[in-house]
Write a protein that binds this ligand. Structure first.
Ligand SMILES: Cc1cc2nc3c(=O)[nH]c(=O)nc-3n(C[C@H](O)[C@H](O)[C@H](O)COP(=O)(O)O)c2cc1C
Length: 131
């Protein structure tokens, strides 16, 4: 099983509806048994994807070709023994939405993740809060 984490930048913020990305991801990921976390702050995406190797490859190939974002950088790509993000498909958070503090919410969603992955998400949410 594989876990891949990448960061990217939204191309045209006004033309990207996170709800559409979320709906597509939920549907496809549930079918493909891909789990993970998508964090979007209006400018940048940070996403973890996990599942069978071939499935993660195929999903990431589609995501990479998506014109809604660019400048993708893979932060980690490793083999895992078991899922770290549980069975749900995807979560999305823009600061100020969902009522909660992004940092606190990210902390909860990455509770079972590897410390390095957890720190990556926490750092991202923290920078966003300070910005
Ligand atoms: C930042 C970002 C994250 C995405 N994450 C996923 C994902 O986790 N799973 C997925 O199937 N599609 C994801 N997509 C959408 C894919 O790029 C692609 O549009 C979609 O998979 C096409 O699915 P469809 O043929 O069912 O419409 C993401 C797109 C963006 C811009």
């Amino acid at each position: 099983m594989r876990q891949l984490v990448y960061i990217s930048s939204v191309r045209k913020p006004a033309e990207v509806d996170p709800a559409v990305i979320l709906a597509q991801s939920r549907r496809n990921n549930a079918r493909a048994r891909v789990t993970g976390l998508l964090f979007f702050d209006g400018k940048r995406f940070l996403q973890a994807l996990e599942g069978d190797d071939a499935t993660v490859d195929a999903t990431f190939a589609r995501i990479q070709a998506d014109g809604r974002h660019h400048a993708l950088v893979v932060l980690s790509n490793r083999s895992i023994e078991q899922r770290e993000f549980g069975e749900w498909a995807m979560a999305y958070q823009a600061p100020g939405e969902d009522g909660g503090d992004p940092l606190e919410r990210i902390g909860r969603l990455t509770a079972n993740a590897d410390p390095a992955v957890r720190a990556t998400f926490a750092g991202f949410a923290k920078v966003r809060r300070a910005a």
